[in-house]
Design a protein around this ligand. Structure first.
Ligand code: HEC
Length: 156
């Protein structure tokens, strides 16, 4: 019992933190997306899906399953290792994309933030969390990297 209530208490800050990041997308945001825009939205959606599942394990909403957790972390890491250049060709911020034109004026910064995400995702994957407690600290770090890029480069 004690273990459970502790886990729930630990879960609260994660919930709040994750609430700051917009993983969820309305289905309509995909409407009319084609080509690379659709491709990168699908990639991002998949990141959002992995984060949501991981958050459920961290909060104890899903019964702990090391294999499933590891699968999500490895998916994140594999997506993070992708080269963004092909997915963000210059001038591809048109509707319905939520990409901000700043991506192309601050390309180095954009790339660097993706590089940070890649590093954190690799570390999380290699950490092989074996408990919600360990997973929470990885999720925090991951969520920060998503948020710091979205704050500057993704329209709300
Ligand atoms: C280096 C920048 C960067 C990082 C890091 C990043 N994103 Fe994104 N994300 C974007 C941009 C730019 C868009 C808007 C793409 C578009 O609409 O063309 C986006 C869009 C999204 C969307 C909306 C997709 C849609 O269907 O419209 C989700 C969900 C998302 N990101 C989740 C995440 C998650 C979760 C992480 C971290 C695990 C993450 N992103 C990390 C830049 C980033």
């Amino acid at each position: 019992m004690i273990g459970k209530s502790m886990m729930l208490r630990r879960g609260i800050p994660v919930l709040l933190f994750i609430g700051l990041v917009s993983w969820g997308t309305s289905l309509s945001s995909h409407e009319g997306a084609t080509g690379v825009v659709k491709e990168r939205m699908t990639l991002m959606e998949s990141l959002g899906g992995s984060m949501k599942t991981l958050a459920k394990f961290a909060k104890g909403e899903l019964e702990w399953d090391t294999q499933v957790v590891q699968k999500q972390l490895s998916a994140l890491s594999s997506h993070a290792s992708k080269d963004l250049s092909a997915l963000f060709p210059e001038g591809s911020a048109r509707h319905p994309s939520e990409a901000k034109p700043a991506i192309w004026t601050d390309w180095d910064e954009f790339q660097a933030l993706w590089g940070d995400f890649n590093k954190v995702a690799k570390t999380a994957n290699e950490a092989e969390p074996d408990s919600p407690k360990v997973l929470i600290s990885q999720i925090r770090k991951l969520a920060k990297t998503c948020k710091s890029c979205h704050d500057d480069f993704k329209a709300d």
